[in-house]
Ligand binder design. Structure first.
Ligand code: NAI
Ligand code: MG
Length: 496
């Protein structure tokens, strides 16, 4: 196995040796407590390096630094903010291979995917938001009282906090850093403890790009300490969070202290629906990647596959064959399609669901086993498909966040709408049909923040993304998100 692994860049090796630091007010500092924690390579279970375990004292320092930097950053000419953010994006581009290697080492995902997809998406987001500072406008109002000029101004909210998960550590960060900084806010980022490395490297690049000290701060550390301190902080004006529904609810509660703005992008149990009038071969291929991309650790994973009874056997057979052929292994092997799960904890959580599926009477079609041999040290699980799944089974109701697909059969359009919507989540949905009217009926009827028709899992920086119900509130991406990073101020002027 080791023969075919991509060699680690010297720049990545030297970075790993200096990763144990927080960026606060432009200075690289150890945690105030002096504590550190190891970040692991999930393909081997071995530590990659140690990072600073920031906690409340460090968050306090970082928020103070962000507050101190705020007025000057907000007052910078919009065109100057654009230049700095574009330079930041340029540096990300120049260090693409390094960022992709860090993502693969820390998260486990295939290098090809990190390099060709994730890093490009992150750079695209930075560029999109880099272009926005000169386009933040207010309006004038035709009030029905004589002698007034009334207009609105969009002003930055102040100090923002961002808390990111481990599944797409880079894009979850850039989709918060971009709009926060573009609007003239300053930011403290707390990356997931499983994948802190790309955030630290991003912070180095931001400084190198000339983004002033204190505008972008990074505090690595754990959720219950550093994360909780950031969301409860009275001098933080907005928090953007992506992660579990449980933690999202805790954040909404702790943010109530100073009524800071909150946007939450949480879990999902997204339905993907295949009608018998669809291109069934293309739909089966899409369903495969809808669940297995990123080893199922994807908030929009198409984890409930509803297949119309007339084509159920055909789709299931195609999927099972494709799933068995997927190559699972180290992300540093270019031929690998699926990497490991993020951690032992996540592996056990997912295996627990596999056990529940079997216990509750679902039919295990393929997978379900941890991989051994060369891969025994890592957290590798076979792509897993359950058939004959019923809506009330745990595997059909709860977010698994692993490579486990539930396949369910349905008869009619009305029935599948009702069953697809019978969930506390509402993040994403997919529909495969060649019937034009049905496609649009379904798009309107499904409870989800995004609906993909005859495709799945597409994103663009210009298109808003977010959920309904317990998938959270607020949106990320798109130009409209600037509303969430600015305050709207109305100005009344008596001119006569
Ligand atoms: P998590 O929600 O605990 O972690 C996400 C982020 O929140 C991390 O940065 C973590 O340090 C931080 N955090 C944790 N507790 C916090 C607190 N009390 N206050 C502030 N920040 C806190 O997710 P975890 O434990 O890594 O994964 C558990 C499950 O969550 C997964 O199995 C999956 O179902 C779901 N999840 C969903 C994600 C999504 O993209 N929607 C991403 C990650 C996890
Ligand atoms: Mg790691």
């Amino acid at each position: 196995m080791t023969d075919s692994l991509i060699p680690i860049l010297p720049s990545v090796q030297t970075f790993l040796a200096r990763a144990q630091k927080l960026l606060i007010g432009g200075e690289w500092l150890p945690a105030a407590s002096g504590e550190t924690f190891a970040t692991l390579n999930p393909a081997t279970g071995q530590p990659l390096t140690r990072c600073a375990a920031g906690d409340k004292a460090d968050v306090d320092r970082a928020v103070a630094a962000a507050r101190a930097a705020f007025s000057a950053w907000a007052a910078l000419m919009p065109a100057q903010r654009e230049r700095l953010l574009h330079r930041f994006a340029d540096l990300m581009e120049a260090h693409k291979e390094e960022l992709a290697q860090l993502e693969t080492l820390d998260n486990g995902k295939p290098f090809n995917v990190a390099f060709n997809v994730e890093i490009n998406v992150a750079i695209g987001q930075m560029r999109f938001y880099a272009g926005l500072p000169t386009k933040i406008t207010g309006e004038t109002y035709p009030v029905s009282s004589p002698g007034f000029l009334v207009y609105t101004r969009r002003e930055p909210v102040g100090v923002c906090g961002a808390i990111t998960p481990w599944n797409y550590s880079l894009v979850m960060a850039t989709q918060k850093i971009g709009p926060a900084l573009a609007a003239g806010n300053t930011l403290v980022l707390k990356p997931a403890e499983q994948t802190p490395l790309t955030a630290i490297r991003l912070a180095e690049l931001a400084l190198e790009a000339g983004i002033p000290p204190g505008v972008f701060n990074v505090v690595t550390g754990f959720g219950e300490t550093a994360g909780a301190a950031l969301t409860a902080h009275y001098d933080v004006d907005k928090v953007a969070f992506t992660g579990s529904t449980e933690v999202g609810k805790a954040i909404a509660r702790s943010a109530a202290g100073n009524l800071k703005h909150v946007s939450l992008e949480l879990g999902g149990k997204s339905p993907l629906i295949i009608f018998d009038d669809a291109d069934v071969a293309a739909a089966s291929e899409a369903a495969l990647w809808a669940i297995f991309a990123n080893s199922g650790q994807n908030c929009v994973a198409g984890s409930r596959l509803f297949v119309q009874a007339t084509v159920y056997d055909q789709v299931l057979a195609a999927l099972a064959e494709k799933a068995r052929a997927l190559k699972v292994g180290s992300g540093l092997d270019r031929s690998v399609q699926l990497g490991p799960l993020i951690s032992q904890v996540q592996l056990e959580r997912v295996m627990g669901y596999v056990g529940q599926g079997a216990a509750q009477g679902a039919a295990l079609v393929t997978g379900g086993e941890r991989l051994g041999g060369d891969l025994a040290g890592g957290y590798f699980l076979q792509p897993t498909i359950f058939a004959d799944v019923r809506d009330e089974m745990k595997i059909a109701a709860e977010e698994i966040f692993g490579p486990v697909l539930s396949v369910l059969s349905f008869e009619s359009e009305d029935e599948v709408i009702r069953r697809a919507n019978a969930t506390r989540f509402g993040l994403a949905a997919g529909v495969w049909t060649n019937h034009l009217g049905r496609a649009h009926r379904m798009a309107a009827a499904l409870k989800a923040g995004v609906v993909w028709i005859n495709t799945y899992d597409w994103f663009d920086p210009s298109v808003p993304f977010g959920g309904m119900g317990e998938s959270g509130y607020g949106r990320e991406l798109g130009a409209d998100v600037m509303d969430m990073y600015t305050e709207l101020k109305s100005v009344w002027v008596k001119i006569e």
